[in-house]
Design a protein around this ligand. Sequence first.
Ligand SMILES: [Zn+2]
Ligand SMILES: [Zn+2]
Length: 971
Amino acid sequence: MPNDKEQNKEQESQVEKSVIALREEKILDFWNKEKIFEQSIEKPAGKENPEEFTFYDGPPFATGTPHYGHLLQSFVKDAIPRYKTMRGYKVKRQWGWDCHGLPIENIVEKELGISGRDDIQKIGIKKFNDTCRDKIFEYVDVWEQIVPRIGRWADMENAYKTMDKDFMESEWWAFKQLFDKGLIYESHRIMHICPRCETTLSQSEVTEGYKDIKDLSVTAKFELIDELGTFVLAWTTTPWTLPGNVALAVGADIDYATVELADSESDNIIKYIVAKKRIEDVFGDSEYNIVSEYKGTELVGKAYKPLFDYYANDKSLENRENGWKVYATDFISDEDGTGIAHEAPAFGAEDMELAKEVSLPFVQHVDMSGHFKPEVTDFAGLNVKPKGDNKDDHMATDIEIIKWLAHNDKLFAKQKIEHSYPHCWRCATPLLNYATGSWFVAVEKMKSDLLKYAEDINWTPNHIKKGRWGKWLEGARDWSISRSRFWANTIPIWRCSECDNQEVFGSIAELKERSGVEVADLHKDIVDEIHFDCKTCKDGEGKMSRIPDVLDTWFNSGSVPFAALHYPFENKEEFNKRMPVDFIAEAQDQCRTWFYYQHVLVGGVFNTHAFSNVITTGFMMAEDGKKMSKSLNNYPDPMYMIDKYGADAMRIYVLSSQVVKADNLDFAEKGVMEVARKLFGRLVNVYEFYELYKDSVEHKDSSNSKHVLDVWIINRLRKLHNEVTEAMENYELDKATRGFDEFVDDLSTWYVRRSRDRYKGDDEADKKAALETTRFVLRKFAKLLAPFAPFHAEWLWERTRREGDTESVHLTNWCSLHEVDESVLSEMADVRALISKALDARKESGFNVRQPLASVTLRHREFSQELKDVIADELNVRDVYFEPEMDAEVGLDTELTDELIEEGKLRDILRTMQKARKEAGLKAGEYTGAKIAASSEEQEIIKKFETDITKQTFINNFDFTEGDFVVEILK
Ligand SMILES: [Zn+2]
Ligand SMILES: [Zn+2]
């Protein structure tokens, strides 16, 4: 099977690159050749000593190719820095790579044909880690091709890597800082583990993996030793924990009852104990008899027969005398089950609490890989929650337990349930609650400070601050940072084999000073080889060795703010300038992860917030609203889209959508196509129209014209400019980009169309004014477009810039704000609305728009002569009158004179000729002759207006024959 990479290449070669794509590629070459990106960092907007606007990147993995989520982030992370660069800031953009953790470990396990911790240890950690080192950058070349191609400027050459010695050393330093502040501690507690990956998971990782699944619950019978024939009923949704049972728990104040029931098989009367409230649910329609009622306290201390004897008979078991009895605790409710809980302290947080409180025996009948231990003889080696190919495979072992209970008369009932159950985010194995030792960052201890620091963060959209992010931060729990894995940064703690001595190292130098060994790498396969003598053992017997755990990879990415700079070992000044960083961006799920872990680490180490402004995006979904999925093939390949529509069209489509405000976007090819056609297609048309006439009169670019259309489009541009600027200052990319389409529409279908005769006309001064204004608008619009559609902005800039302008639009400065004359805009809006109504009336009158009419009267106050001319032109009428008090909105004078009829015919003739030219594929401005069939009347008209016709159609030679009007272009 071809891998992803080959598939991508195959697809790429299948798409023929569009004009738009080729245009972008040429610009990319220009940027590379002229080092525009580098120049823009050195001298943004031409500034000699620029202030910094700071930004850093959340690191992606290079173990796969970029997907739409990465593209989306890239568009956001490119637009803001480009804008800030134009505002005169120096914006460094160091790329980063995430290198550690389960994604790459799982790939390597597959690659080496092994599975699980034992296998890894068998082949050796060195070999395993070396393979990770080899594999981690498998797709880097694809990234290095796609990222620049989408117009993202980033310094990929000097990317930080979370596996670099320097990066990892900064983490060691931060770890020690936190440790010394008492913010890191070790604890044994119930954690969620993935039995396949054999590691603990953090709160956010667990939260990510909840899925609704079917399961089996059982109600088991626990016979009281002193009252044989009486059974306590306890209910559990995890039958596999029953062999680990060491106690039962009731609520002290809950009402319980003893209920008599005839056994269906033997007809013997059997007594059951359940919560009173649960009787109906437990016994249903059976004929039962309530014998007695009492509070839970009455049950406390009663001993029962263990369901299984694997541990109960083990005389060496600590606290054995306290086991297999009934206890009261306050976490019991009589709202579900039987109101009595089965206690397996190694597999539940509350169970563990009770166990500590009353000194229950500690029984862990399942190992870390999720298998029953050998002493559980009936089930030894079975996987307790297997992940199989079928969706119900996870119940297989529970079914075995239930069969055994039934066979041994210890099963009261079983039931199918559906519940939300956590799975490994990486390998989809059902997680287990498991008692294990772990290292923690004491988040709860610093929470009030973290909440305080968070007040200084500006979120886009704003609701994230108090919502998704704020709530997560408020509910944050201590962060488990140790993992029993291999390819990750190491926890820098060495411990004595003989005594309690423990030493923490915050740098390579510190470790060298103590051990005499200078390491060039801080991975497990290297530093685990370093041992030295304990200082505190009385007889000097003890040897110091590193604790085996490695760090949660979120400790890596959370350390980016300082570790990417190798702080504090290097770049102190730069770090101080950068913190807190001005801007970062990621998808909203990072509120629980990257945003959060940065905030915790920077808050804990530096007592401040890590970042000041965040853009939180939603997710890119497939057009059908489902997750984008390779196997469903429900989305187009990104490179296919770029080759077809260009990167700019994708950028504007995405940036102007709700996805930049934490909402999801159902990605539709049609949407990108529309941007390409409407925005860029029309923009290019406008430019090309300007280009046709630009050499007809010498002109610069200017906004000084007093012509009503010129004044209007300049104000229109200023208004857009002000809106874009305000939105960008607020980090609102959708607002910033949404106005482009309407502006280009106004420019194309109103300004340029209405100015067409001015470009073509004989009035040199007016022609110059129109060309100067058009050029001014295009040049300024190139700048406005630059942060968002960098290629088309550059394309337009190259064609409209002044002598002395910078060679790239991305080296220019953002324009300052100009006052907008709103009255100009509202007056034109009124005019256009009136015209639209008058055109409707004209259509109703039955005259086509090419037939000039004598006059129109509009219900409105008087407009200026210039606007009257605009109206007359657009409506093709000789005169425009205004009558504010008139009944109808529009009055048309439809009486035709000979002169009007003749002009109407002329317009028809012109139209047919232009159409013929177009169909013949002639270029604008190219002169040609034509064979014309026409009536004698039409021939007369053509001869009469020959000069005008030639000027407008570039047809300068007429070869007449008699007949119905047909134009045949002579090439
Ligand atoms: Zn897993
Ligand atoms: Zn010692």
